[in-house]
Write a protein that binds this ligand. Structure first.
Ligand code: SIN
Length: 296
């Protein structure tokens, strides 16, 4: 009997709900880098102080574009911390080394002696925390001559691009995010002792962003160990599908650093991955991480 070949079900472009706008800002310049994610900001001096209208426009630019970039910002550690505090209380990393005088200033460094670099796989920062960080502000001071880019991906777009059946399947499921397998022993070569335990939490696979009201995917390869309430094999297969789906270049922007550039990303709706392709060169900076809320 002749088989009927079903036509492939396509309803047009994968990305329809591109975010962002670069007009309508009065205090800052906003140049979108793709229709999907990322904008470069100018006309702002982050050494501060920043007026409330500038802060509100930065908040809008972040909400629209998920990650905003600044160039040539020679801020001090104190100014970095002060900029972070404009967005909320600051988060102390559960494992990573920080500047001795500033527990909020996580050190991001890799050089010829490193055995690893921060953020080499797709992740959102510290999603194992019951209240994971809302945002991270990374100031790179020293760049390698080439390489060391960071990739960012839009998790609203990844959710929107799922089929209606897959959305119905994942909506309402929860997954476990665990810091134990990520952090235990991770910084031993830098002389950092392990904590007795690391954070672990269950979060919805699809969360609703508190600023925009939009749904986005919230599982990541770094921290998510399994989906609750389904057999282990099904959890592994579904997570593998979601990770491959999320990693489509359509949802991404790759950022090329320059000395004193800053990236401010929203961990609730964006994932990121750092390229360690510059060994034996050095890349150095600091990250300030802003506390967030329980995902719902
Ligand atoms: C991180 O995951 O915070 C590190 C990102 C980077 O070094 O670009």
């Amino acid at each position: 009997m002749a088989m009927t070949v079903e036509p492939r079900v396509r309803k047009g472009p994968v990305v329809r709900n591109a975010v962002g706008r670069d007009g309508g800002f009065r205090r800052i310049g906003v140049k979108r880098l793709t229709p999907v994610i990322g904008a470069e900001i100018d006309g702002v001096d982050l050494r501060g102080p920043l007026g409330p209208e500038v802060v509100e426009e930065l908040r809008q630019a972040l909400a629209d574009n998920l990650v905003i970039f600044f160039r040539d910002q020679a801020i001090t550690p104190e100014q970095h911390v002060a900029f972070g505090r404009l967005w909320g209380d600051l988060h102390a990393h559960p494992a990573a080394p920080h500047e001795p005088a500033h527990p909020e200033l996580m050190i991001i460094a890799a050089d010829e002696n490193s055995v690893r670099a921060n953020g080499e796989g797709w992740h959102t920062d510290v999603s194992c925390d019951p209240e994971p960080p809302m945002g991270s502000i990374l100031h790179i001071v020293e760049c390698p001559p080439e390489g060391g880019d960071t990739l960012f991906a839009n998790m609203y777009a990844a959710y929107d691009a799922l089929s209606d059946r897959m959305k119905a399947h994942v909506d309402g499921l929860e997954a476990v995010h665990d810091g134990e397998h990520v952090y235990r022993g991770l910084y031993a070569n830098l002389g950092v002792d392990d904590k007795p335990s690391y954070p672990k939490a269950r979060h919805p696979i699809v969360r609703t962003h508190p600023w925009t009201g939009r749904k986005c995917l919230y599982v990541n390869q770094g921290f998510t160990t399994h989906i609750l309430g389904v057999p282990r094999e099904e959890s592994q297969a579904l997570l593998a599908y979601l990770y491959a789906h999320m990693a489509q270049p359509l949802f991404q922007r790759r950022f090329r650093w320059s000395p004193n550039a800053i990236a401010f990303w929203d961990n609730r709706c964006a994932q990121h991955q750092a390229m360690w392709d510059y060994w034996p060169h050095r890349r150095f900076g600091h990250r300030v991480t802003v506390k967030g809320e329980r995902p719902v």
